[in-house]
Design a protein around this ligand. Sequence first.
Ligand code: 3H9
Length: 695
Amino acid sequence: MSEVVSYRRVDDIGVLVINNPPVNALSHAVREGLLVALEQGLADDQARALVIIGGGRTFPAGADIKEFGQAPKSPSLPEVIDRIEAADKLIIAAVHGTALGGGMEITLGCDYRVARADARMGLPEVHLGLLPGAGGTQRLPRLIGAKAALEMIVEGKPAKAAKLYEAGILDDIIDGDLEAGALAFARKLADDNAPARPLCQRAVSAVKDSLFADFRAGIEKKKRGFLAPFHCIEAVRAAVERDFDAGVACERELFAELLSSPESAAQRHVFFAEREVAKVPGRAKDTPKRDIQQVGIIGAGTMGGGIAMNFLSAGIPVTMVEMKQEALDRGVSLIRKNYEATAKKERMTSEQVEKAMAKLSTTLSYDDLGDADLIIEAVFESMKVKKQVFAELDRVAKKSAILATNTSTLDVDEIANATSRPQDVVGMHFFSPANVMKLLENVRGKATADDVAATVMDLSRRIGKVGVMVGVCHGFVGNRILHKRQEQAVQLVNEGATPDQVDRVLHDFGLPMGPFAMADLAGLDVGWRIREDIRENDPDNAPERNWMDALAEAERWGQKTGAGVFEYAEGDRTPRRSEVAHAEIEAYRAAQNISPRDIDDTEILERCLYVMVNEGARILEEGIAARALDIDIVWIYGYGFPVYRGGLMFWADQVGLSTILERIRSFHVETGAEVWKPAPLLERLVAENSRFADL
Ligand code: 3H9
């Protein structure tokens, strides 16, 4: 008897139980075990029908992703499912938890499917850069039609039991004990002499001629750069246009192509990296955590309000503090407006909106924060102001409270020292818009206690964020790297490129927007004010005045004023070339005696991205990020680095570190600039012929 799949009979029905925690992934042992148990059930004369069920928390959540890339081992999942489908006894899948990918494909090989009301099923392979490769693209269209199957396969979003029942995927929803319900269901089928229902023998209903072309056109923009969604469409098209066997052959070919594609390798890396970031190296799994039941937020502006929404949506009460009642009122109405917009898009019910709003309270006095377990400061980005806030928090917060700053650049250690309890201070850097962006850079100061760090990492997940633990430095991981890229972008324009060209190159690489569209979105006044502050207070490090300063001084602050580096039509965020900006650029070049040169796209890409990789290597060297994968996740969730490239450092490994180092060295020789000095870590990795992933 296999250890991971067992067979037993309950009266007249055979039960196959899969037990491979945590998610019953369909590893080689499970596939082998399933075949053995199946043969046992088929040979068992007393069993009138068979039920397949998952042990533990779920029906199988898919193929074992860790096995991808290894030599295939027989039996393959398609072989197992074909055997299930060809069996001469009725087989019923009984689903709880999440039947995903290969797990759902097993259910499609069964004659009938039942599930618990809280179960979900789906084909999320597309998120791993794959397609359902065990017959899913051929059987699902035969069950629910090609259009509905396309939606489910290309979106990769699991659906709830009620919806699955409505779609005709589930035959029944079981209340109470799943196994008992499934046994009763099987027994009734046997009593009724119900027919076998192999999907492979069913025809696909007719579809509109333009279905596939229309579907493709509909996703082209959103799925730019990804390979899998388009392969998924081709596989479903095969289900419509060919017979079952030819369709399966096509699916298999497309699956194999995807499996060996760089896009899938990158997406699988991201899947594991996203889970790995939660496991902070050096932190014991059982580190105690503080209980967070009540949160205080200082500042009801866009950032404070956005942060508050995360907690309210997770059912955690929030008290917002401001200096003036009008600011509080504005903050509350902004939160309500955002929630109502979500409700309008049917992503929330109006009861959920009211439930979240009911957890929000406001005050003008810090003294009302005495019960808060966590207080997050989201005020103006000034060290002086932040220190005053933290001195106040030190006065009012209870002893066990965590005091967090949302600073994006300032020194968390210095802020912590404004209190008598630096061990309780931590950075929680939310990205704007804070209620939308998934990234949370949690910044550990020198004195931050272990349980404080563990609590904020845990909390990140609770409020639906991906938390990454980083150390203290100017700009932390994300903005520190971004800053280097923005500098290169400006320099490239100084030397002869146009902002349109730089933005196009980075957009074509897969980023959601280029550096200048991004500057316009953030507001040119933001960077300008920071530079002005340095010019005034730290003249030795004063940045050179350039055309970006001139634009900001002319109150061209980007999208919010309708013009910045680009121009924007009323109510339209599309950046358009600006003659004013070009005139400023030319004036700047003339004043600096720069004769512009033609710069090719490759140089733009290399300078903007390699400078980031070099900075990423320094960040690793300094221990600001613990692993390359932490940087990958910061850039994917904070800045939209293309998932199909796996994140900044993963991408660098794929390009080849020696190629990158060689270019960095030559930029260093050409410019003598400090930023192009190769990071020692990068040099070491190249010398050792290893990669960031090996660290
Ligand atoms: C497929 O099926 C291809 C077929 O069509 C064709 C084949 C020929 N394999 O996420 P969690 C690990 S492709 C291996 O933290 P949750 C995960 O890494 C597959 N390991 O829990 C983690 O490990 P650790 C299609 C897996 O409750 C642990 O399990 N299926 C797999 O938040 C717990 O995971 C999918 O894409 C796997 N398939 O969420 C589903 N799945 O503890 C992928 C999980 O060491 N999985 N692990 O960090 C998920 O979406 C979520 O894990 C799930 C549970 C919703 C199931």
